[in-house]
Design a protein. Sequence first.
Length: 274
Amino acid sequence: MRGDEKKALFAAESRNGVPLYLPFAGLEGIIAGFTTRHGGCSEGPYATLNLGLHVGDEPRRVLANRATLGETLGYDPEKAVCAAQVHGTRVAVVGKKEAGNGAMAVDDALPGIDGLVTTAPGLPLLAFFADCVPLFLYDPVRRAAALIHAGWRGTAGHIAETAVKVMKEECGCRPEDLWAVIGPSIGPCCYRVGNETAARFGEGPLPYLVPADGGTWRLDLWEANRRHLLAAGLAEGRIAVAGLCTACHHETLFSYRAGRGTTGRMAGLVMLEG
């Protein structure tokens, strides 16, 4: 993908003092965003725009941050749909009846789900990240969108392909019509895994799994998910990889590894216009 094409699918912008990355920036019919750690009111290891209610931050600050994001991107934060992410491979289609689940409290987030798909205009899908891979999918033909949380377990379980299958079977999407953005996450520069984790991906070395020193492996979750999207039928020119490592850029992005387990969460959002 050429640089101008990548920019059209993934751009950076600051709105009302809130720095954002914008997946699908050059496409019409969808609102999508991915936050940094700046522009909010949280403090300490959660400073400042922590969007996760489940990480130990003061709930009132998190809800204020979610309100800020809603105002910035133009959606009602109380209507967002959030899942109780478990690093799995389950993908659910949601509609207006799920609006508000997980938006204001963790207790009513959709349980055991790591991928959300919708065809409902005006329904915000929200997911949370601090090293795991955010996958954004959009079909402008069938008017469908998806937001996927792909940790190493989800990636090993081919959650990207599952999401495309769900969009195809339940929303009538054709894989060749889909656009995809692989957002910021921990990169192969910083992500080393042991033999047990590596074995979940197959017998290495692989294009996204190469030997490193100390008996470890460098795991490229970006490339693994890109290849899974290609295997699901997406065109190579319709997949953009942000290429931003959260651990390398922990001054700007929350990183679970860089924060030694105590940190905030960025949010990814997609919402169909209309």
